[in-house]
Every structure is written in C-alpha cells, then in structure tokens.
Ligand binder design. Structure first.
Ligand SMILES: [Zn+2]
Length: 140
C-alpha cells in the first residue's frame, strides 16, 4: 500500500453519483471505490478481488467483507454488523452500484430470489419416492 495512495483513479460518474448520495469521498472511501467502473445495465463492476461465488470482496475498517455490503454500508451509513442482507436489484453479484443495492431481510431476499425463479423447487420427487417405497414394499 502507501505507494499507490496518490494514484487513486475514480470514475467521474461514480464520484458524481456518490456525491449526490451524500457520500464523502474521504481517503478510505475513495480507496474502496477506486477503479470501479460503470458498465452495461448501469452496473458498477467491482475491479478487485472477487470470490468464487461472484461477490466482490474488500477490506472495510479492519475486516474483509463483501464489496457490495461495504458499499451499501458506506452509502447508508450503516455499520457492517447491521443484521440485514445487502441485496442486488440487478442480479449481478459483482455489481457495487448503490442504486442497485438495498437492505433486505433473509425473508425478502428469499422472496426476491423466488420471484426471479432462482430457488424454484421442482415438485416431482413425490412420484419418485413413492415408486421407491413401492419397490421396497414389493421386495418385502
Ligand atoms: Zn447492478
């Protein structure tokens, strides 16, 4: 670190939007948002470490947390211990555009997922388990 502190590149539209949201671009925040670039669909692409599950990861305070959670904390002024899930409206896990993020409970997050058809459970196992049970019965 240190050496790169003077080379923070902040996208102009990112700065404009964050300022409009009342986010002060102190050194800490500026460092986090450095390199974030608006892409397709207005999504802000996380430029640094991304976890295998698609979520960005960043240092926030003295901890490492999801990048979109960190950004939502920064924008809403919430602490990172807020007992809510940082959710995406845009379904793009690598996106850190605060306009695409919202605090949801586990329940609203699940409902959101269901509405988007991500956790749709198929309703066919009953037939299969019945036939398995029948087999067991006929086998004695
Ligand atoms: Zn997005």
């Amino acid at each position: 670190m240190g050496a790169n502190d003077n080379k923070l590149t902040l996208d102009y539209s990112v700065v404009v939007r964050l300022s409009a949201l009342g986010v002060s671009l102190c050194k800490e925040n500026a460092r986090m948002m450095a390199g974030v670039t608006p892409g397709s669909g207005g999504c802000w692409k996380w430029p640094r470490h991304t976890m295998p599950n698609g979520y960005g990861q960043t240092q926030y305070g003295d901890r490492v947390i999801s990048a979109h959670r960190a950004v939502l904390c920064m924008v809403t002024g919430a602490t990172m211990d807020i007992p809510m899930d940082a959710c995406h409206r845009c379904d793009n896990r690598g996106c850190v555009n605060p306009d695409h993020l919202f605090w949801g409970t586990r329940l609203t997050n699940m409902r959101d997922c269901m509405a988007k058809g991500r956790t749709k459970k198929s309703h066919k196992p009953s037939k299969e388990s019945a036939s398995v049970a029948e087999m067991l019965i006929t086998k004695g």
